[in-house]
Write a protein that binds this ligand. Structure first.
Ligand code: HSE
Length: 429
């Protein structure tokens, strides 16, 4: 049986599980790929640091470059841009295939990496970069190659789903839920990439590229995080039969594609509303297949290792029998719509004066800017900060974001609106 030499770059939570499973299930991997997968080394920054007992310390090295030069398959789990990018390009130049989970690198340098892999006639696989164990990259790229995709809508960040879910189910404040996520190891000490939506945006860019056969970069995604979501927003959502989720949305419509990551109201009976804790889920709408939903663990050592190892098996099979991973397909070349040109439904909560004519004034502003109202509810809210205020919750039909922004600007400047408390996108069933 042919031997395929596997080099592992990085030995954190995921790398440790990859090394463990490669050892424990060696025979099954050989049977599935047709090759004996030999882990020839693990590159780390500090070879003397304490390691999980599953790691054979004799394999550790601080010389990543020599390891890469001697491998048939390189698994990149270092994260970040450099030196990960340089190691991957070096691996391609040396004729090795690469398996990576590095969404930030793919979102920033995907085209360069794809081209280098194609030129070297080797594989670039990245199932672990999006939604951990969920086979959504394979699903979009291969299972759905016979269909035309119209939308990808997903919970692709477990940390923020955990935080929003705790706020919804246990009534925690954002700060309390974030602290709990940090204690449990979901959120980093610096939670910026998760709570500000950047991690989800990188995944959104990757999913959209695959779904629409169009190059999409991180900067193409309109991003809004969840820091501003308050306990009262969660309560208001519940009162209107919704929950708030951080959703990545990539949608094809006439004129181009819309890309966004942001807090979104979804009805309590939407399939994504049932995704609790740190789980991820992705809903794909395709013309022929209709709706599909992928659900599972989006992070964690063993779940992410499962995705990495499926790619390793595929890449090893190509080393034995020939063939290669699907190349980047960008024939779609669809225009990416600027945020102002995107269409969505919105819910606005306005603190207003309770006096004759206010509803007419408010609805007049919407009408003036061509934004159609689908529902209005009026409530009284007692809060320590503002005393008792009259609240209008206005839900719109689909509107151009440009028109919505103009409506908001006029409402904010008007004498009858004390405050625009929040504006949240609404996604229907
Ligand atoms: N930090 C991510 C999450 C996992 O919370 O889902 C890695 O992308």
């Amino acid at each position: 049986m042919k031997e395929v030499k596997v080099a592992l770059l990085g030995c954190g939570t995921v790398g440790t599980q990859v090394a463990r499973l490669l050892g424990e299930q060696a025979e099954e991997f050989a049977a599935r790929s047709g090759a004996k997968l030999s882990l020839v080394g693990i590159a780390v920054r500090d070879a003397s640091a304490p390691r999980d007992p599953a790691i054979d310390t004799a394999l550790l090295t601080e010389d990543a470059e020599s390891l890469v030069d001697d491998a048939d398959i390189v698994i990149e789990l270092i994260g970040g841009i450099e030196p990960a990018r340089a190691h991957i390009l070096r691996a391609f130049a040396a004729g090795a295939s690469v398996v990576t989970g590095n969404k930030a690198l793919l979102a920033a340098h995907g085209p360069e990496l794809y081209e280098a892999a194609a030129e070297a006639d080797v594989d670039l696989y990245y199932e672990a970069a999006v939604a951990g164990a969920i086979p959504v990259v394979y699903g979009l790229r291969e299972s759905l190659a016979g269909d035309r995709i119209t939308q990808v809508l997903g919970i692709v960040n477990g940390t923020t789903n955990y935080i929003l879910d705790e706020m919804t189910v246990a009534g925690l404040s954002f700060d309390e839920a974030l602290a709990q996520a940090q204690e449990l190891g979901y959120a980093e000490a610096d939670p910026t990439a998760d709570v500000d939506g950047l991690d989800a945006a990188a995944k959104c860019a990757i999913l959209a590229s695959l779904a629409f056969h169009t190059r999409v970069a991180l900067d193409d995604v309109h991003v809004h995080g969840i820091r501003e979501i308050a306990a009262e927003d969660i309560k208001a959502a519940a009162a209107s039969g919704h929950v708030i989720k951080l959703l990545a949305n990539a949608r094809r419509r006439e004129g181009g594609i819309e890309l966004s990551v942001g807090p979104t109201l979804i009805p309590v009976d939407h399939p994504l509303a049932t995704v609790h804790g740190s789980f991820n889920a992705v809903v794909i709408e395709a013309e022929a297949a209709d709706r599909l939903m992928f659900y599972g663990r989006g992070a964690g050592g063993a779940p992410t290792a499962s995705a990495v190892l499926s790619d390793v098996v595929a890449a090893a099979a190509h080393k034995v029998s020939g063939g290669h991973a699907p190349r980047e397909l960008i024939y779609g070349a669809l225009p990416i719509l600027p945020p102002a040109e995107t269409i969505a439904r919105f819910q606005l909560e306005l603190a207003v004066e309770d006096k004759i004519g206010v509803l007419t004034e408010v609805s007049g502003v919407f009408a003036k800017h061509g934004v159609s109202i689908s529902a209005v509810a009026q409530n009284y809210v007692r809060s320590d900060k503002r005393g008792e205020t009259c609240r209008l919750t206005v839900t719109t039909h689909e509107a151009l974001r440009r028109d919505l922004e103009a409506t908001l600007a006029e409402l904010e400047a008007s004498s009858f609106v004390a405050e625009v408390v929040h504006v949240i996108r609404v996604e229907e069933n």
